[in-house]
Design a protein around this ligand. Sequence first.
Ligand code: ADP
Ligand code: MG
Length: 138
Amino acid sequence: MAERTLCIIKPDAVKKNVQGSIIQKILDSGFKMKGMRMAQLSEREAGLFYEIHRERPFYKELVSFMTSGPVVVIALEKENAVADYRTLIGATDPAEAAEGTIRKLFASSKGENAVHGSDSVENGMNEVAFFFRESELA
Ligand code: ADP
Ligand code: MG
C-alpha cells in the first residue's frame, strides 16, 4: 500500500473559501484523494487529535481554533506521501514557509495556518484512521 497522510483544511482556510484552490494544488502534486468530508470538530475530538501537544503553551488556543468552524478532512495517498505533502504545505509559520507552498499562499499566522499535515509515516496511517474507516476510503 502506498503511504498515507492526513490533510485537514483548517477553519481559517474554510472561512476564506480557499478549499478548492488548496485541493487543486494537492491534486496537481500527484496525491490521490482516498477520502474527503466536511467536519465540525468537537472539543473532545480536536483535543484528542492534538493530544501530543497537550503540554504546549498553545494547546488551548489550538483546540479553540480547530473547533471554531468547519474543516475539510482529506485522506491522501501517494508514494512518499508524508514528506512530499510536508514540502507542499511549507513551514508551520507562513512567514517562514517557502514561496508557492500552501501555507505561504493561504495561511494567516503560525496558529491559523490553513492546513494540517501528518509528521511521520506512522502518524499518517494513524491520523487517516482517526477520521476514516477503511470502508469509507475509495
Ligand atoms: P505543524 O502543523 O507544522 O506540524 P506543529 O505540529 O508544531 O506544527 O503544531 C501543530 C499546530 O499547532 C500548528 O499547525 C499550528 O496550528 C499550532 N501552533 C504551533 N505552534 C504554535 C504557536 N507558537 N502559537 C500558536 N499556534 C501554534
Ligand atoms: Mg505537527
